[in-house]
Design a protein around this ligand. Structure first.
Ligand code: ADP
Ligand code: MG
Ligand code: ZN
Length: 483
């Protein structure tokens, strides 16, 4: 980066759209299932036929309030749905029902950790709105040049979370979006799937000289659907704007699209001002009124959120911040871990198994924690068997694989497969005798002082017993026999 460029800092604010996990849409009973054939989940309400009446989905409101409370927002006693008017082929009504000057909630914040210490990002507002449909651009020979519209998504419940322009780097933007996603998923109100579009993000970026208080003119980057695209698009855009300004040109306010293929952003349209949408209150819906009591009741149902859980794990279980971060990365994994520790109280050992073999097998089998054949109780039993010396750590790994495949208990596998550790002195002494008899020259060297050959003898016994011998006992027996 040139010296001139280093004089500028980036200012970033994100608008994040999250699809709520309600079974039906925001204002009608149509299903929200992903992946259905195009235009099979539509009705007169979401198609915007004249004369129909929208009816607000209560569950969507509860979900939206939970999110608002989780980012420390104040929930407004009264909020108002408004029509945002614009023409687009995926919006048959000609307007989107959203919330405008009286949103559901306002003035919250979120703590993020982008590797350089913690930092608070202000949340301007959380509001509810309906999604638009999806345009599909034909590719096959018969479809080339045609565009199609799928209205299944039209009317699906969204919340929009708008941040203050408090973010300064692409890494911070990614950390912020990750934290938001973790919370949404913990609350079980959004699946957080960016590829399927359940979580999308618009990035607003401007630059200004360090020390300048006034905001620069921003560009808005539309609908980024992966963390990597968000990071790359912001980095490209910061660079583009800085070069413009250094070259004596001006940034213009516009909406831009990121093209992952080229890594560049390009103009999509010059940005509309709010008055172009001619917002007005939706005449078919009453204002949304929530009481203090309803809000407080919901607050009580909030789960422990990831950031808090991570800190508690570090303290309560004396595990590293890294381990803690991995374990709380999903609520189900965190629960699995805690349930196991409850039954086998060695937090570090449990962490190693959960983060190691357990996560590996889940990944290899594309399984979620909830689909795991190994339960916390079963893992705890296995760990107790290692501790009691019934099986070696090495055998335990094989037993665990078998448990994961079959769902059987560790002791059943161990008994059935003859995998128990051999700790019987008489039996081991016989095997040791055999090894000594077969290796006279090593015995001679050992007796002449090359005692590090002990490892060799133990290894031979382990080989003969397929790893089942108790290695400590074996090494004692050998020392006694040769010493
Ligand atoms: P718009 O009406 O264009 O959507 P808003 O004022 O509603 O703009 O802000 C949208 C998002 O853009 C917010 O996240 C806000 O923090 C961010 N933002 C606003 N102004 C700037 C700016 N000059 N530079 C970077 N981000 C900005
Ligand atoms: Mg905007
Ligand atoms: Zn419908």
């Amino acid at each position: 980066m040139s010296a001139a460029m280093e004089r500028y800092e980036a200012v970033i604010g994100l608008e994040v759209h999250a699809q709520l996990l309600t079974d039906s849409k925001l204002f009608c009973g149509c299903s929200t299932r992903f992946g259905a054939s195009p235009n099979t989940q539509v009705c007169p309400v979401c198609l915007g036929m004249p004369g129909v009446l929208p009816a607000l989905n209560e569950k969507a409101v509860l979900y939206a309030i939970k999110m608002a409370l989780s980012v420390d927002c104040t929930v407004n006693r009264k909020s108002v749905f408004a029509r945002k008017n614009y023409f687009y082929p995926d919006l048959p009504k000609g307007y989107q029902i959203s919330q405008y000057d009286e949103p559901l909630a306002k003035e919250g914040s979120l703590e993020i950790d982008a590797g350089e210490g913690k930092k608070r990002v202000g949340i301007t507002r959380v509001h509810m709105e309906e999604d638009a449909g999806k345009l599909l651009h034909g590719e096959g020979p018969a479809e080339e040049g045609f565009s199609f519209v799928d209205l299944n998504r039209t009317g699906v419940a969204l919340i929009e979370i708008v941040s203050e322009p408090d973010i300064r780097t692409p890494d911070e933007a990614v950390a912020y979006l990750k934290s938001l996603r973790d919370i949404l998923v913990y609350l079980e109100i959004c699946d957080g799937n960016m590829q399927e579009g359940s979580l999308r993000c618009d990035g607003n970026v401007s630059i200004r000289p360090f020390g300048e208080a006034k905001l620069g003119v921003k560009a808005e980057l539309k609908n980024m659907n992966s963390f990597k695209f968000l990071k790359d698009a912001l980095a490209y855009e910061i660079n583009r704007q800085t070069e413009l300004v250094i070259g004596g040109k001006r940034v213009i306010q516009e909406t831009r699209l990121f093209d992952p293929a080229t890594g560049a952003t390009r103009p999509m349209r010059t940005k509309e001002a709010a008055h172009d949408y001619r917002y007005f209150p939706e005449p078919d819906l009453l204002p949304l009124v929530v009481t203090e009591e309803e809000v407080e009741d919901l607050r009580k149902t909030l789960p422990e959120l990831p950031a808090r859980k991570k800190e508690r794990f570090e303290k309560e279980y004396s595990i590293s911040p890294y381990d803690s971060g991995v374990l709380v990365s999903s609520k189900r994994l965190a629960d699995f871990y805690e349930q196991t520790v409850k039954r086998f109280n060695e937090p570090k050992t449990v962490a190693n198994w959960v983060m190691g073999d357990f996560l590996r097998l889940l990944n290899e089998n594309s399984k979620d924690v909830s689909e795991s054949p190994v339960t916390p109780g079963k893992l705890a039993k296995l760990l107790s068997m290692i501790k009691e010396g019934a099986i070696s750590g090495k055998i335990a790994k094989e037993v665990f694989e078998e448990m994961f495949k079959t769902g059987k208990d560790a002791d059943a596998i161990v008994k059935g497969g003859g995998l128990t550790q051999i700790s019987d002195e008489g039996e081991l002494a016989g095997i040791v005798e055999g090894v000594i008899g077969k290796n006279p020259s090593e015995v001679e060297k050992y007796r002449a002082g090359k005692t590090n050959l002990l490892g060799f003898f133990v290894g031979e016994v382990m080989k003969l017993t397929k790893g089942r011998a108790n290695p400590q006992l074996v090494s004692e027996l050998i020392k006694k026999r040769l010493g």
